[in-house]
Design a protein around this ligand. Structure first.
Ligand code: CMP
Length: 140
């Protein structure tokens, strides 16, 4: 199985409730290694650009407002099958549909305030990692 990297965000609803450590514990227990991590206040321009693929969706404005409403923790995770592994441990986007024990089932407040983001493919992971990190920031 290939060692892969993926991109993750701990969202404002989770940082507000001081859940960074608990989310990180879930990731580490799932076999993912946090090889870069930074707590930032996302700007509106950053959120609009990062979520640009959703620009035409009805929830876009609210999503940008939410993602800039407080600190987020941007992360790079490494491990076997990291993209799929992280999506598994996050659970479904809508916490009402997330499997028991997943991060979103345990912590998410709503489909918007759903505690974490994770890349949906290796291609997008590379793009999303490069959006926030330089190659020298990644220490595997
Ligand atoms: P994320 O994985 O960060 O990617 C896009 C985000 O949009 C998603 O998680 C949700 O937090 C947010 N979102 C808000 N409303 C919806 C919706 N109706 N369907 C999908 N995603 C939504």
């Amino acid at each position: 199985m290939a060692i892969e990297r993926t991109f993750s965000i701990i969202k404002p609803d989770a940082t507000r409730r001081n859940l960074t450590g608990q989310v990180n514990a879930c990731l580490e227990e799932a076999g993912l290694r946090i090889i870069a991590q930074r707590r930032i206040q996302m700007t509106t321009a950053q959120a609009e650009s990062f979520y640009g693929v959703h620009r035409e969706r009805g929830f876009f404005r609210d999503l940008v407002t939410f993602m800039t409403s407080g600190p987020v923790v941007v992360q790079v995770l490494e491990g076997e099958n990291a993209v799929a592994r992280n999506r598994e441990v996050m659970g479904a986007t809508d916490p009402a549909k997330a499997a028991a024990g997943t991060i979103r089932a345990r912590f998410a407040e709503s489909i918007e305030a759903n505690s974490v983001h994770g890349s949906d493919s290796a291609e997008n992971a590379a793009i999303e990692i490069a959006f926030f990190f330089a190659g020298t920031d990644l220490v595997g």
